[in-house]
Design a protein around this ligand. Structure first.
Ligand code: 6MZ
Length: 365
């Protein structure tokens, strides 16, 4: 596993509330239990269970959301999630989360996102680039990376992680609520918000409910990724592909026509192997669409989805793909590097990340 941890990686599909450490969830559940607000042993059983169907996963999210309702907790989990990804050498993280309202805690979508930003600022184990300076010099950044890598190895300094945010629209939301999220994303663009995600229980909600907000987001220059084909729904899959999102997640339940369309449109796919197997949206890795997309040179990126809920890590996903599909380390490194082209941050960040990978290629040999 060490090699997979040391390799730089790009994470483009990680849900904040799905990526919480088990130890933190247990601590939060115990606190609520102590206050008589939950029955701790029941919650503990749910948190420690690792095989979950797609339906159970969404029940799990409802439970997690009960544990993470206040601003301080949102700040804490954001900080920890970023530190955890940075600790396994994720050099660029696009973290997505659904802005939430919670009247009893004085929380609205904006204050929820401010709590997330506070979490980014609270990270202490690694330098967090939230929104780089417009005229930042790439060669200078490569030098910083060379220095950072040395510092990290002798324990005297900090590594760096680029973090950008995607605001998620939950499929339970109305058109107005979705629009509110898009407007918030536009307001927070200068704070590292780069795009919009559509997620949530795939059997709930209609594509047409979200379309006006997604179209508006696109017109305004936000980049969009959609959870697409997590369950069989050919009409929705076609409508989503026709929308031309910048990326899609999952693509588990595609038929021949949908594959042909996706491939001709060259839309990058965020692949979450462990998530797909745990939720049984794909029955086994031997028949996972990763293989066909990889062999046909279609743009793909390996991601965790919910590293906490599925007890996985980005390094674990790379190691799993390598061992399951017989792909050598050099090719896996190239797969990780290719993901830089699909990030939602601008060219300057892409160039800086390419230098990080090139530097690592020399040291990892
Ligand atoms: C669809 C998912 C998901 O936004 O509260 N989410 N949506 N499919 C999945 N695959 C298993 N995993 C997570 O993070 C949790 C939320 O992300 C979405 C769900 O809407 C879930 O409530 P945030 O930070």
């Amino acid at each position: 596993m060490d090699w997979w941890v040391s390799m730089p990686k790009v994470e483009l599909h990680a849900h904040l509330n799905g990526s919480i450490r088990d130890s933190t969830l247990m601590e939060l559940a115990r606190e609520l239990g102590d206050r008589g607000l939950t029955h701790f042993p029941d919650v503990e059983r749910v948190i420690l269970k690792h095989d979950r169907s797609l339906t159970e996963v969404f029940k799990m999210f409802d439970l997690i959301h009960i544990l993470t309702t206040d601003h301080e907790t949102v700040t804490r989990i954001t900080k920890e999630v970023i530190e955890d990804f940075a600790a396994e050498n994720v050099v660029y993280l696009e973290l997505r989360t659904t802005p939430k309202k919670n009247v009893s805690k004085g929380m609205n979508k904006k204050s929820y996102m401010e709590a997330v930003l506070e979490g980014l600022r609270a990270v202490s184990t690694v330098e967090v680039d939230i929104c780089s300076e417009p005229n930042f010099d790439c060669s200078a950044s490569a030098a910083i990376y060379a220095r950072n890598n040395e510092c990290a190895s002798n324990g005297t300094g900090k590594k760096k992680i680029y973090v950008r945010l995607l605001l998620s629209i939950d499929r339970r939301e109305t058109t107005e609520a979705a629009m509110e999220t898009v407007k918030l994303a536009l307001e927070m663009r200068h704070l590292g918000v780069v795009g919009i995600d559509l997620s949530g229980n795939p059997i709930i909600g209609e594509w047409l409910t979200f379309l006006p907000a997604l179209e508006f987001a696109k017109e305004q220059g936000l980049l969009i990724t959609l959870h697409c084909g997590e369950v069989p729904n050919q009409v929705e899959i076609h409508a989503m592909l026709d929308f031309l999102p910048a990326r899609i997640g999952h693509a588990c339940c595609f038929g021949e026509e949908e594959w042909a369309k996706l491939k001709s449109l060259k839309i990058p796919v965020e692949i979450c192997l462990t998530s797909n197997i745990r939720t049984e949206t794909i029955t086994s890795l031997d028949i996972h669409h990763f293989v066909d997309l990889y062999n046909s040179g279609h743009p793909i990126v390996l991601c965790t989805d919910d590293s906490g809920v599925f007890s996985t890590s980005v390094s674990g996903e790379y190691s799993l793909a390598s061992s399951s599909f017989g792909i050598q380390k050099r090719e896996m490194f190239q797969l990780a590097r290719n993901a830089v082209s699909f990030i939602f941050a601008g060219n300057k960040v892409k160039q800086e990340l390419e230098q990080v990978f090139d530097f690592a290629a020399k040291t990892l040999e």
